[in-house]
Design a binder for this molecule. Sequence first.
Ligand code: AMP
Ligand code: GLY
Length: 424
Amino acid sequence: MNVLLIGSGGREHALAWKLAASPMLTKLFAAPGNPGIAEEAECVALDVGDHDAVTAFARENAIDLVVVGPEAPLVAGLADALAAAGIRVFGPSGQAAQLEGSKGFTKDLCARFDIPTAAYGRFNNAPKAKAYARGVGAPIVVKADGLAAGKGVTVAMTLDEALDAIDACFEGAFGAAGAEVVVEEFLEGEEASFFCLCDGVNALPFGTAQDHKRVGEGDTGPNTGGMGAYSPAPVMTPELTEQVMAEIVRPTLAGMNEMGIPFKGVLFVGLMITTEGPKLIEYNVRFGDPECQVLIMRLRDDLLVLLNAAVDGQLGHMSARWRDDAALTVVLAAKGYPDNPQKGSSISGIREGESDGVKIFHAGTRRDGDTLVAAGGRVLNVTALGATVTDAGRKAYAAVDDIDWPDGFCRRDIGWRAIERERS
Ligand code: AMP
Ligand code: GLY
């Protein structure tokens, strides 16, 4: 099969690496890709926002399957354009991608189909949103409705913070994404991420992970796209996983079908495990980044076979097999991330770091002649397998220490919750 992978981050490098290992693969293209992906695929400089160009490229190169990594092209309807041209695509339609593209859409779906989530209100003006927030009181959570590059959520510990967040949304801090606001109940518990491959009707559980969103050790400082992750998430026992399937995932797929917008692709289920049981925090319609990297390290099966089954509505017949090992990934970021990452510094030592069970994925790199340089905020994902999370962490940090990049930094405590559990 000829496959075109859309995206350029660490998530897509992990997908490219795994797809390249499939005996079914003839040729892998990536648009736009990155220097790590270029070791597995031919990178092509396509404008992913130009759906006609992507469709034309797929036709000209006899692409049998397009795999879309990030959410923005999905919400923009890339999968619809490809499907309309008769090209097979792994990823939801623009309408189904509203599960990530509109928080209000997802909250209404939960209300309609009895899916456990935080109590909420949807607002299109500040006075009404503020009145609701005052009625509930702090702590309370304010969310811009649309895609805001992970920055649209304010977990407000005081009412003033919530009121300021509401003003910021309606004053345009998140552009069009903030034209509508969801204000919701603050949930307490442990967070976990759960992934399912979906074929429109069936959902195949595809692993669990926990990430570290804050930039600083001890989960402090500003939010980021994720500074590290590990899999599996110890909190997600088999019983809890089945409860999430029964109460959250299956009703979502059934509800989407009832609304005439079946969901195909990756459903990323963001959960809060509360004393009342698991509740949905949010959906994403793609793999997490860096969660994908740890899932892929643990997956024993052929990813291409599974993605094809999802596209063909055949997931009901499939299972996924996982290594018993845990996986952990450490994000190396450019100094100044997330506010103002410094780009352009050179990196070496990646080869030394890689070994059996250790893989370094490129997230934001660029080649400058023979030199690898930092080209983004999150730059490398140093990923390792181990018998335990503790062991995987030890191997990942040993590889981190082999990398020579004075202008980069990482958190030294990735996996701390699981490591504490393993110690006791
Ligand atoms: P997001 O930027 O959408 O990934 O969400 C950011 C984070 O906000 C989530 O991972 C949670 O830690 C937190 N969060 C979102 N909604 C709630 C809620 N209702 N209660 C508590 N924390 C929340
Ligand atoms: N790491 C969080 C995300 O991909 O949304």
